[in-house]
Design a protein around this ligand. Structure first.
Ligand SMILES: Cc1ncc(COP(=O)(O)O)c(C=O)c1O
Length: 443
């Protein structure tokens, strides 16, 4: 097993010559639609650092987009997945089952909110989980409409493109899209027209009115929302919005689906982002952080809703692959043993402390927000709320050249998001924040 010293170390420029050569090779054979944030080729990774082909070590503030929350090459993930790899790699759970799939579903039933009987179905990707959650909600309610939110992101398959708000680059030219999808305004405190204090009540009222008038609540199978929006800009809805929405869904017989694919599994300082306000979704979709980097996703929820889909109606050849399931059991073990929700809350305090000071000193930082280790800054033209995507790109690029991997996001491309692994040390986190502050000073 690899053990890398947990430090940032630059020995060439970023990207170095070997990475540049590999990138040229890549461009000749990889489709243009697959983009690259930072063209350094990784040869090894451990904990919170990535080693590249030129021998540079980078601090990972992206975790492969919120996936390696337990750190790279986590001991429990590696041990359990490797042992499984040597035994068997596949039977297809729908043909001849194996125990680890059942154990993952048991863990999901225990960890997800709600004190009722639950069922889970396992898949390969987040988009697949979301598609299946919608299928299940439709089968249960015998209704068709799905309500989603402005700035929402749910994937790149046909149905999830329709569920996703942002046209470029996700949807442009890829239609026609799936029907019966209705989008309503998101309670986005920083950009709410009448001010953040009104966002919860007004957004809730607008959602109800729009749906009642334009769709009819009795036609709505599901309301689908990310409890903290990810790709859309790490938008944290104001207190009261999610509980109000969940109550309204219950009243109208609508299945309330929380898409926790980015926010789940300790990332926000709780096991799930909905836990913050005690919201209990009917269905919850998970992926990313669940399995320490192995491809696994799930839909979990109330037994009577989940079981509305008949035998053979759900599944897929690889869903709940045994190596990925063992990886998930290893990742969950680490999350519990190291109390990673608590660690995420510490990261929040450390990051918000420094970033709030940065915002006070730099008028280009319009908003600092997020929860746990899911933190972002929204960049604007000073004195306005006009998005400054060019600045976000420049700061990210500067951080990359200094060996800190950070990502951008947001409908307007003007948000820098920070998703360190939950095992990153306080000292490394501090060092990364110093690089980020330095990048703001330099651009
Ligand atoms: C909230 C949310 N839902 C769904 C998805 C799609 O997941 P995947 O890329 O695994 O298909 C993502 C991915 O970023 C996501 O953040």
């Amino acid at each position: 097993m690899n053990e890398l010293k947990q430090e940032r170390r630059l020995v060439t420029e970023i990207p170095g010559p070997k990475s540049r050569e590999l990138f040229e090779r890549r461009n000749k054979v990889v489709a243009r639609g697959i983009s690259t944030t930072l063209p350094v080729f990784v040869t090894d990774a451990d904990g919170a650092v990535l080693l590249d082909a030129d021998g540079n070590q980078l601090l990972d503030f992206g975790s492969g987009i919120a996936v390696t929350s337990v750190g790279h090459a986590d001991t429990n993930v590696v041990r359990r997945a490797s042992e499984q790899l040597a035994k068997f790699t596949h039977t297809c759970f729908m043909v001849t089952p194996y125990e680890s799939y059942v154990a993952v579903c048991e863990a999901l039933a225990e960890l997800t909110p709600g004190d009722f009987e639950k069922r889970s179905a396992l898949f390969n990707s987040g988009a697949e989980a979301v598609e299946n959650a919608v299928k299940i909600a439709r089968a249960y309610t015998k209704r068709q409409a799905v309500v989603v939110f402005d700035h929402g992101y749910h994937g790149r398959t046909n149905l999830t493109m329709a569920l996703t708000a942002k046209v470029a680059p996700y949807k442009d030219g890829f239609g026609p899209f799936a029907p019966e999808v209705y989008r309503v305004p998101m309670a986005y405190p920083y950009r709410w027209p009448t001010g953040p204090d009104n966002a919860a009540a007004e957004a809730l009222e607008q959602t109800k009115t729009l749906i009642e008038k334009q769709v009819g609540a009795h036609n709505v199978a599901a309301v689908l929302i990310e409890p903290i929006q990810g790709e859309g800009g790490f938008i944290v809805p104001p207190d009261g919005f999610l509980p109000g929405l969940a109550d309204w869904c219950r009243e109208k017989g609508i299945v309330f689906i929380a898409d926790e694919i980015q926010s789940g599994f300790c990332r926000t300082g709780d096991w799930f982002a909905v836990d913050h306000e005690g919201v209990v979704p009917d269905l919850i979709t998970t992926a990313k952080g669940i399995a320490g980097g192995l491809p696994l996703a799930a839909v979990t929820g109330r037994a009577e809703i989940m079981d509305a889909a008949g035998p053979g109606g759900l599944g897929g050849t690889y869903g709940g692959n045994p190596v990925a399931c063992e990886g998930a059991l290893g990742a969950l073990q680490t999350m519990k043993e190291q109390d990673l929700p608590a660690r995420a809350r510490k990261i929040e305090a450390q990051m918000l402390g420094r970033l709030t000071k940065l915002a006070a000193a730099d008028p280009r930082v319009g908003d600092v927000r997020g929860r746990g280790a899911m933190i972002a800054v929204e960049l604007v033209k000073p004195g306005t709320k006009e998005p400054d995507a060019a600045l976000a790109a420049a700061v990210a690029k500067k951080c990359h050249t200094e060996g800190v991997v950070i990502l951008t996001c947001g409908t307007f491309g003007n948000v820098l998001r920070f998703l360190p692994s939950l095992v990153m040390s306080e000292a490394l986190l501090d060092e990364g924040l110093t690089v980020i502050e330095g990048a703001f000073a330099a651009v």
